[in-house]
Design a protein around this ligand. Structure first.
Ligand SMILES: Cc1cc2nc3c(=O)[nH]c(=O)nc-3n(C[C@H](O)[C@H](O)[C@H](O)COP(=O)(O)OP(=O)(O)OC[C@H]3O[C@@H](n4cnc5c(N)ncnc54)[C@H](O)[C@@H]3O)c2cc1C
Ligand SMILES: *[C@@H]1O[C@H](CO)[C@@H](O)[C@H](O)[C@H]1NC(C)=O
Ligand SMILES: *[C@@H]1O[C@H](CO)[C@@H](O)[C@H](O)[C@H]1NC(C)=O
Ligand SMILES: *[C@@H]1O[C@H](CO)[C@@H](O)[C@H](O)[C@H]1NC(C)=O
Ligand SMILES: *[C@@H]1O[C@H](CO)[C@@H](O)[C@H](O)[C@H]1NC(C)=O
Ligand SMILES: *[C@@H]1O[C@H](CO)[C@@H](O)[C@H](O)[C@H]1NC(C)=O
Length: 580
């Protein structure tokens, strides 16, 4: 008996070693001893925490992992675990989380007052658990304008990349876009690179070869399990303040657990301890307002005691408008999310998505990023779009001809929209979506760049590369277009030489690529070290502080920012001897 037991133990040990060394497999509670349900929180350390981070998203996870190397960290995330949830983990399910509007969904739908259906993450790992996975860095000018230390930026991107980023296996539709871009003059080809360079390139992805998603939550693996506590389903309701002389400082927070029970948790009494908001571009301004930092008039409307009267909280919200064109093809196109991108000098980025799933059952057909059932109903003008319309479509789509799903999209996103909007509370319930307005195309330069982007797509559509994909003997292009109208997918604009009608096309078919940002701008709501103006011991580290969205797609820079600020804070507190 004894030898067999020994053998068994050895096998177990071997298995554990493999488990430890293999990247990207399902993590369990065993690997992450610090993941806990919020209701299990009863005994905070009596002296409190060095850092309480609000939001376990794209920035919050790398930040928490880094700070926990030397300090006690409590990370509060309102959503659940991404592990063991196939809706989150697999590329082919991209549209499923976004279509799920239940309160358990990792995505919380919202519609801006502009009428564009949009989504906020609600899961550990944040946006990286529901996004399209494309990974690409910010331009050097973005880094410069942010005032970031270039050496630390150069260390922080690879820290993220080593853990969660890969090079993609180029899907057929993405290869076609790459060739089409080059043929249409968006050149040179810059190869596979994370860098932001004019021309055409293939970027990184957080999906591996099996379509398995690696998320910001994986970055928690490099935290110190002894100093890190992560609470799931912990929804922060309010930041608490205390007075030190005439100034207020953040001293703790109130959160509710999955059963609705309220808990209070405090920072310890060290001067350098901090509450850090990383709740994203909707969540961070919302929590500031709910905690009494914002325009006095708006706070008084909801009887929220004013801590700091700051008109700028929730101002300057923007979302990069996206417009796309559907191209019917003769063959089925394999599903793909973004892998190739064209970076034009005119401030318009060209990307692509194709979405025919593996299933032959038409009910499972969808168009990936442009799935009508996730609200990308761009044949309906924005003001007429609704969640109900999207759901109705999902129910009736089996009536749509299969042929209408054969094809893919080419999309266009404008960089740094000058159109600005705002965010306002609708009530004092943190679970409610605030009212958000983006004012798409209210600035004429944004519209001009959209028209330029659509014209560029038109050139790509007319390249030899795409002609080969779209020629079909059995269907005329008009028949296919009619089908795509029935299927609620985008039309090719009829008169691309006519600027006025292209402008109308941009307005009528505007959707989102979910890169909304702002609401807590540097110099207005936070200082250049992301400390909230007017109070102590409170910072905001996430996309709400951005004046424009970094790179062609932001997640790389948001994760990098979490790591960067974590290291910066450690070095400031410990000196260079911090060992980080
Ligand atoms: C569908 C979709 C596709 C996208 N595709 C891409 C892509 O391909 N490439 C790319 O680079 N970018 C993409 N993006 C954008 C990118 O993912 C986001 O910009 C980025 O993740 C935002 O990071 P953040 O840290 O600012 O916010 P988030 O990652 O959203 O983090 C905020 C976290 O805070 C939590 N939270 C909020 N309020 C509270 C509260 N009161 N209490 C506790 N927790 C709270 C949320 O649950 C969330 O986990 C996409 C986004 C979406 C939604
Ligand atoms: C995945 O999505 C489907 C469809 O919305 C839903 O029924 C299912 O419960 C989800 N799974 C998880 C683990 O949330
Ligand atoms: C939110 O926006 C809608 C649409 O613009 C508006 O009708 C409503 O009054 C707003 N609600 C609040 C509380 O401001
Ligand atoms: C396309 O639809 C229009 C309007 O519904 C119709 O007049 C036209 O005949 C259709 N064309 C084809 C080729 O089916
Ligand atoms: C549209 O513009 C292209 C080039 O810009 C030109 O070749 C074409 O003749 C124009 N078409 C019309 C209808 O004006
Ligand atoms: C900080 O943490 C790192 C990694 O855990 C360690 O190597 C270093 O010695 C610590 N620094 C201090 C000053 O405690």
């Amino acid at each position: 008996m004894a030898p067999r037991l020994e053998e068994l133990c050895l096998k177990m040990l071997l298995f554990l070693c493999i488990l430890k060394s293999s990247q990207g497999m399902e993590f369990t509670g065993m690997k992450y001893p610090f993941l806990r349900m919020a209701s299990s929180f009863s005994t905070a350390p009596p002296r409190g925490y060095d850092y309480i981070i609000l939001g376990g998203g794209t920035a919050g996870c790398p930040l928490a992992a880094t700070l926990s190397q030397n300090y006690s960290v409590l990370l509060l995330e309102r959503g659940g675990s991404p592990y063991g949830n196939a809706n989150v983990s697999y590329l082919q399910n991209f549209h499923i989380s976004l279509a799920d509007i239940s309160s358990k969904s990792p995505s919380q739908a919202f519609i801006s007052t502009d009428g564009v259906i949009n989504a906020r993450a609600r899961v550990l790992g944040g946006g990286t658990c529901i996004n399209a996975g494309f990974y690409t860095r910010a331009s050097p000018s973005f880094i410069k304008e942010a005032g970031w230390n270039e050496d630390l930026v150069k260390e922080s991107y690879p820290w993220v990349e080593k853990q969660v980023v890969q090079w993609p296996e180029l899907a057929p539709w993405q290869a076609a876009l790459k060739d089409g871009l080059l043929e249409a003059g968006v050149s040179p080809f810059n190869g596979y690179t994370y860098d932001h360079i004019y021309g055409t390139k293939v970027g990184g992805t957080i999906f591996d070869k099996d379509g398995y998603r690696h998320t910001a939550a994986n970055l928690l693996a490099s935290g110190n399990p002894e100093k890190l506590t992560v609470l799931l389903h912990a929804t922060v309701q309010r930041i608490l303040f205390n007075k030190r002389g005439p100034r207020q400082y953040a001293c703790g927070v109130i959160f509710k657990d999955e059963n609705g029970r309220r808990h209070r948790v405090n920072l310890n009494s060290r001067r350098s301890s901090e509450v850090i908001l990383s709740s994203g571009a909707i969540g961070s301004p919302q929590l500031l307002l709910l905690s009494g930092i914002g325009p006095k008039k708006d706070l008084m409307k909801f009887n929220i005691p004013v801590v700091v009267d700051n008109w700028y909280v929730g101002k300057g919200m923007s979302d990069n408008p996206m417009n796309s064109i559907f191209l019917p093809t003769k063959k089925l196109i394999k599903q793909s999310l973004i892998q190739s991108v064209g970076i034009t000098k005119m401030g318009s980025f060209i990307e692509a998505s194709s979405g025919f799933g593996q299933s032959s059952d038409s009910i499972h057909c969808h168009h990936g990023i442009m799935s009508a059932e996730i609200g990308q109903l761009s044949t309906i003008p924005p003001k007429l779009r609704s969640i109900e319309a999207a759901q109705k479509y999902a129910k009736t789509k089996h009536e749509v001809p299969r042929e209408a799903f054969k094809g893919g999209f080419i999309l266009e996103k404008i960089d740094g929209p000058l159109s600005r909007g705002h965010l306002q509370l609708v009530d004092t319930n943190v679970d409610s979506n605030p009212n958000v307005t983006f004012n798409y195309f209210s600035h004429p330069y944004d519209l001009q760049r959209c028209v330029y982007g659509i014209r560029t797509i038109e050139r790509i559509v007319h390249t030899k590369r795409f002609a080969r994909l779209t020629e079909d003997d059995s269907y005329t292009i008009e028949m296919l277009l009619n089908m795509s109208v029935k299927a609620n997918v985008n039309l090719i604009p009829k008169h691309t030489n006519d600027t006025a009608s292209l402008e109308q096309f941009c307005r009528d078919t505007v959707i989102t690529i979910w890169h909304y940002h702002g609401g807590c701008h540097v110099g207005r709501v936070v200082d250049e070290n992301y400390r909230v103006l007017g109070v102590d011991s409170l910072r905001i580290i996430d996309g709400s502080t951005f004046d424009s969205s970094p790179g062609t797609n932001p997640q790389a820079t948001v994760m990098m920012m979490g790591r960067y600020m974590g290291v910066k804070i450690l070095r400031e507190r410990l000196g260079r001897g911090a060992g980080v």
